[in-house]
Structures are given as C-alpha cells and as structure tokens.
Design a binder for this molecule. Structure first.
Ligand code: DX5
Ligand code: ZN
Length: 224
C-alpha cells in the first residue's frame, strides 16, 4: 500500500542555489518562490570534506527570511553532527548529512529528527547503496550524489542510475517510506532517466540558473 503511494507521488524539484547569482540573491529566491519548485536546495561546504567553500549560517538565515519554499540543506562538512542545532535555527526543513562524515549515523539521524527536521543521508559516488541496509528505514530521504560533491556544472556519472535502481529495490523490499533525491549533472535528459530509475526529487543548479528563463525550466522539470 505504502509503495503505491510512493509510486503515485509526482516528483519534486529542488533548484540548487549554488549556481545562482549571489549578487542578486533576493531576486533569485523570489523567482524560486513564484516558480513551480517544491524545495530550495542549499549546499553548505567547509573546504575540508570537499575542495570548495560556499556559505554558512548567516546567509542561510537571510535565505530563510525570503524563501517560501522548504529548505533542503546539503551539508558537505566534516562533522555535521556538531551543527544540528544551528542548522535547525537557520531554518532547515531537511538536513542531509553525508554517510562518509558520520561515525554514529543512527544517533545523528535520531538527533536531527528530535530537533524537528526531516533527516536525509547522502552518498558520495563511490559509496555503495548496500551500506544503507540497516538505516534506510530510519531516514526520510537518501540523496544520491551523481557527481563528486563540491561544484556545480559537472557531468552526470552514469553509474548513478544503477545505484538509484538498487536503492529503490531496497526501499520497496523493506516497505519503507524513504524518498530518493539525486544531485549533480541533472538536466532535462538525465532528470528523466533518474526519475525512470526510481528517483523522487531532482536537484538542479546549472540547468536552471545558467539559462535565460529559469522559471520556464523549472516548469519543464516538473512536467517530466
Ligand atoms: C554539488 C552540489 C550540487 C550542485 C549541483 O556538490 O551538491 O547541489 O549545486 O549543481 P549541478 O546541477 O550544476 O550539477
Ligand atoms: Zn547539493
């Protein structure tokens, strides 16, 4: 029964602000507010876990004041468990932690939920889906990285399709409610393919913000 509900659900779109013009943040967020986007995806980087630095809590709080969309926060930092309270205070709806950064992942997931957020676990391209066998039923979402995290505008890694299929099979087998999000190199073409493989949420940065009409592209992603 639950499986049917998951399969019937229309997919969500989460534009990734990383590719936006930071000189016009307010206008960009207002554009997303007016669009058919479901969530707003925020990439937090520390220059240690990934070779790039993006933005932190003060910027998140500003975004929260303007955004009417739930904030889907992707933490590319070495010790996300340390910042659960701050992430909550900065307005996150979904807190995604990387599998590779959490020694006590089950405890971290419980703490995220206790703080009133949805809990997501993210896998780097080299991290197998099979490692989620004993945690998948406890998380609200799994975020499959289809590029190596750190930068927008990279090429989609083809093997991600197999990972999404394997994860979907695991979720259905366990009768779990877990959603699948895919992030990296998503355009209308790869987006369609990952949805067919079992994804529920598409993150897209470059394909949305580096175009003439981002609102239109978001509608096209929703129509896939
Ligand atoms: C990369 C980030 C992505 C990034 C995606 O580390 O997690 O969210 O913004 O950008 P595109 O869609 O351009 O690959
Ligand atoms: Zn991301």
């Amino acid at each position: 029964m639950h499986n049917l509900i998951l399969e019937d659900m229309t997919h969500k779109i989460a534009p990734s602000l990383l590719s936006a013009d930071f000189g016009n943040l307010q206008a960009t967020i207002e554009m997303v507010n007016q669009s058919e986007a479901d969530w707003l995806h925020l990439d937090i980087m520390d220059g240690v876990f990934v070779p790039n630095i993006s933005f932190g809590f003060p910027v998140m709080k500003y975004i929260k004041k303007i955004s009417t969309k739930p904030l889907d926060v992707h933490l590319m930092i070495t010790d996300p468990t340390k910042f659960i309270y701050e992430i909550k205070e900065s307005g996150a709806y979904m807190m995604n932690v990387h599998y590779e950064t959490c020694v006590h992942l089950h405890r971290t997931i419980e703490q995220i939920k206790q703080n009133g957020m949805k809990a997501g676990v993210t896998l780097n391209p080299h991290t197998p889906v099979s490692l989620l066998e004993d945690i998948v039923q406890d998380v609200d979402m799994v975020l499959i990285m289809s590029v190596n995290p750190g930068f927008g505008g990279q090429k989609f890694i083809e093997h991600s399709i197999e990972k999404i299929k394997a994860l979907k099979e695991m979720i259905l087998r366990k009768n779990a409610h877990t959603l699948i999000e895919v992030d990296g190199g998503i355009n209308l073409n790869t987006g369609k393919r990952v949805l067919e493989a079992g994804a529920d949420i598409l993150v897209a940065g470059n394909a949305i913000f580096n175009t003439e009409n981002p609102t239109q592209i978001i509608s096209e992603f929703k129509a896939l």
